[in-house]
Design a binder for this molecule. Structure first.
Ligand code: B3K
Ligand code: ZN
Length: 883
């Protein structure tokens, strides 16, 4: 057990800082076994602070304090207070300069927070509270200061020394060392500080902003990766242009740098002028990266770039406001990606993620509003809720205001709050002011957790030609929040006539009909809408584009779903109808399986799939999405108690029967979309590859030698990683000689490429074959694996525990034991990653009693372990809390 319970921080206790810092001058001296950090702060009392507090508190962790000087006089030990997490200057003047000197040990930092080593380089990660591991500082985002950073290090080992802003000075020192000084003209919170030192190469490009300023763009990587940066730099230029066009935002420094590092806790970090990236989101070449990787890079590069305005120029007042920058920036990157590729597919992917992970989080013990009101460890709140639901909440405001007013509102936001640290309330106020709307009820979306549920009942009056929809909303109770008030929900819908065309919509009381899609605004628990002049009973297309992050029970018949699947002019809803139908069929088969009956897929469903597959006019990208059945975890979410094995059996049965029935068409579509000629990553080519590979996935279930040969041929002939991985993954699920041959060939070809080896680990961890856990354990001893590298942990252990549902949930509890063993091991090295892994079991109450007991036991064991981190404690204890 931990000897103490970590403190909970509450939003309601927020107080502005008692002191502000105007200027920070840092001096970092990097050595092989330590670094010395001198800091000089210009501090003044905050005029806006009204409390009595006179002390100046600086956070600091794992620092060895060497000296403190106040206005150039050395402070004796009785003039300040020091403990494990802070340094307090008791009663300073209204204005003063404080100098501290500390020693830190980047080489021993395996938590990858603060200053640490990754391979041969030094790098930093400060968000959320890593800066306090570099020096003493009021580490909170509402303290914004100007920074200068002077770095000195050995010239040979670390020829490249980088920090935020502009390089202003460089000099040679004795003993082969050199020194570089950087100045960042923009005040920023310390979480945006960054430093990199290493033997790096860079590719250089430039971008001319809309007002004609030239920006130097550089991507720094280890020498062997210099050929893999083109896509990243192109993506950056696209993002810069997009932000000028869509938000009127221009870049503000003369240089923009991105550095790729191998050891990184998350995707990337938006430090001012110096983004640090997980190399996974920078490096790509067609032979080493899949289409998804290319898209991921484009999206993450854009996301971090967009933060320059939404996050850096305007930042968060406190960490409860995290969604202010993350929700908004995710919405921005989603729209950017939609414009770069296929809008329909992008929305489908985003909604898949939202439903699979965010809805699940919202229904479990870790449920929290997008603006949480309490936390123990803020790193545990970089969640799908804050990010993805946060983006949905911005999207709803965008849709409620409409494009033009939304733009006015964001213009106002940038004008009103530039240079400030603000709250989500401030953001919504701009939406209200510019849009002329009252969003007070809408704000429940920020403060209440849980996924609202809509129930729709329709009635058609033939004589009056009136179609009525009664919509009931309800939000389930979540941790600490019961009986919630109704939400303000935008509900986009259309009504289809018997030909499948949209009926022009006219609500009772309106003089003229409007367009085919209408955004209704729900505000009450139960509301009825009457559409007039509806000539015959329509089929409603509800919640088009998922216009709100809610669940909906539309009461469709199978026939209506098939009709929508074939005719709805909303791409998203066509896909959604297919998903709902597939889900229904799989759950029906599951019932049959439990009742001991034969598992038979209804012919109507097979016909609907056949029709979709052979439709010559079909959009290939969308078709590929339609053919992917709902995931096992999503199906589990629909059940009162998750039936792990039953779901797997029913879903596989549907897939196999589709493959048998549609074999000829699947093969035709496969061949018709097999590329000949030059590889490109344009949308059309991506669509062809994904359609072809979905077909291959079905065909491989047939367990036929001819198909395996086809798959092996694709594996061997392909020059692009998308096709290679699709083939490898198909083969890895078979118990065949080709399996071993392909895995071995892949390993030989890629053993020196860290990122590609991640794929090799994952594909094996996800294999459907029995005894996969043993394989995973063996792979942990592979030379390319390391517990200290988060990408490796995620691609092997994470993939197995969260993606290999049947093996992980094995009834002997071996999967659970494996996870908690790894979590405890990791917690000593990297608490952030350990806590994230532990979340995989957070929804243990959803399973049968046997599994519940086994999982609960693991949580208890984790909690009983001495000195677990605050990160892990919070997840484990909240997961166990009585509901
Ligand atoms: N802002 C960072 C995430 C920091 C996570 C700290 N635990 C990346 C991003 O969202 O852009
Ligand atoms: Zn972000």
């Amino acid at each position: 057990m931990r000897s103490d319970t970590p403190v909970t921080i509450h939003l309601k206790d927020y107080l502005p800082p008692a002191y502000l810092v105007d200027q920070v001058d840092l001096n970092l001296d990097l050595h092989e076994d330590y670094a010395r950090v001198e800091s000089r702060l210009k501090v003044r009392r905050n005029p806006a602070f009204e409390g009595d507090e006179r002390a100046f508190l600086l956070n600091g962790e794992l620092l060895e304090l060497e000296s403190v000087r106040l206005d150039d006089a050395v402070l004796g030990v009785d003039a300040y207070r020091l403990d494990d997490t802070s340094l307090t200057i008791e009663n300073p003047l209204e204005q003063f300069e404080l100098e501290t000197c500390v020693l830190i040990r980047p080489q021993e930092n395996t938590a990858l927070e603060g200053l640490y080593r990754s391979g041969g380089m030094f790098c930093t990660q400060c968000e959320a509270e890593g800066f306090r591991r570099i020096t003493y500082f009021p580490d909170r985002p509402d303290v914004m200061a100007r920074f200068s950073t002077t770095i000195s290090a050995d010239r040979k080992r670390y020829p490249v020394l980088l920090s935020n802003g502009n390089r202003v000075q460089e000099e040679e020192l004795d003993q082969g060392r050199h020194r570089v000084r950087w100045e960042d003209p923009f005040p920023k919170p310390c979480y945006l500080f960054a430093l990199v030192a290493g033997d790096l190469r860079f590719i250089q490009d430039s971008y001319t902003t809309i007002s004609g300023r030239e920006v130097d763009l550089r991507i720094y990587v280890e020498p062997e990766n210099i050929e893999k940066c083109d896509h990243a730099v192109q993506s950056l230029k696209h993002a810069m242009a997009w932000d000028e066009q869509h938000y009127g935002r221009e870049y503000d420094l003369d240089i923009y740098m991105i550095v790729a590092v191998n050891d990184f806790n998350m995707g990337a970090m938006e430090n001012k002028g110096l983004n640090v990236f997980n190399s996974k989101f920078v490096l790509a070449r067609p032979d080493s990266a899949t289409d998804r990787d290319f898209q991921g890079i484009e999206g993450v590069i854009a996301h971090e770039y967009f933060h320059n305005w939404t996050g850096n120029r305007i930042t968060c007042r406190d960490w409860f406001q995290l969604s202010l920058k993350e929700g908004l920036t995710v919405f921005r990157d989603q729209e950017f990606s939609a414009d770069m590729g296929s809008r329909g597919v992008k929305r489908i992917e985003d909604v898949r993620l939202l439903r699979a992970h965010q809805f699940a989080e919202d229904a479990g013990p870790m449920a929290h509003p997008i603006r949480p009101d309490a936390y123990m460890e803020i790193n545990n709140f970089y969640t799908v809720t804050v990010y993805e639901k946060g983006a949905e909440v911005v999207r709803m405001q965008h849709n409620l205001l409409g494009e033009a007013d939304y733009r006015k509102a964001t213009d106002l936001y940038f004008e009103r709050h530039d240079g400030q640290a603000v709250t989500t309330e401030d953001f919504v106020r701009c939406m209200e002011d510019a849009g002329g709307r009252d969003l007070s009820q809408f704000k429940h979306w920020y403060s209440l957790a849980g996924t609202p549920e809509l129930r729709v009942e329709a009635d058609y009056d033939v004589a009056a030609q009136v179609y009525s929809l009664q919509v009931t909303q309800h939000c389930p109770d979540t941790r600490g929040q019961k009986s919630k008030p109704p939400f303000h929900i935008p509900l986009a819908l259309g009504l289809l006539d018997e030909m499948g065309a949209d009926i022009p919509l006219q609500l009772k009381g309106e003089v003229e009909p409007g367009g085919g899609t209408r955004l209704l605004e729900l505000r009450q628990a139960v509301e009825t809408f009457h559409f007039i002049n509806v000539p015959s009973r329509p089929v409603p297309s509800l919640l088009r584009g998922l216009s709100a992050p809610v669940k909906i029970d539309s009461g469709y018949s199978d026939a209506e779903l098939m009709f929508l699947m074939a005719h709805d002019n909303d791409d998203f809803n066509r896909w959604d109808a297919a998903q709902t139908l597939a889900q229904r069929i799989i759950l029906q088969l599951l019932d049959a399986y439990r009742a001991g009956n034969k598992l038979e897929v209804p012919q109507g469903f097979i016909d609907a799939f056949h029709k979709a597959l052979t439709d010559q006019q079909a959009d290939k990208a969308l078709l590929a999405e339609v053919l992917i059945l709902p995931s096992e975890s999503l199906l589990g979410d629909q059940m009162a108690e998750v039936d792990v094995d039953g779901i797997h059996i029913a879903r596989e049965a549907v897939k196999r029967q589709l493959a048998v029935a549609l074999k000829t068409s699947l093969l035709e579509v496969y061949h018709a979309n097999t590329e000949s000629g030059v590889y490109t990553i344009g949308s059309a080519a991506i669509a062809r590859r994904s359609l072809k590979n979905v077909c291959l996935g079905y065909l491989m279930l047939l367990d036929e030698q001819a198909i395996r040969d086809l798959c092996m041929a694709q594996f061997e002939a392909s020059h692009n990683m998308t096709d290679v991985m699709a083939a490898l993954s198909g083969l890895t699920n078979t118990d065949s000689p080709e399996r071993g041959a392909a895995l071995a060939a892949f390993e030989t070809r890629w053993r020196d490429d860290l990122l590609v080896m991640d794929k090799w680990f994952s594909v094996q961890a996800l294999s459907r074959l029995p005894s996969t856990l043993d394989v995973v354990k063996r792979l942990m001893t592979h030379p390319a694996f390391s517990m200290q590298n988060p990408n490796k942990v995620r691609s092997l252990i994470g993939a197995f525990c969260s993606g290999n549902i049947t093996s992980f949930h094995a009834l002997d509890g071996s999967g659970y034991r494996f996870l908690s063993d790894r979590v405890l091991e990791l917690d000593r090295l990297n608490p952030q990653v350990a806590a994230r892994m532990m979340r995989i079991m957070a929804r243990w109450r959803r399973y049968d009693e046997v599994r519940q007991t086994l999982m609960k036991r693991e949580f208890q064991r984790v909690l009983a372990t001495p000195d677990i981190s605050r990160d892990l404690f919070e997840i484990a204890s909240k997961s166990l809390e009585v509901k």
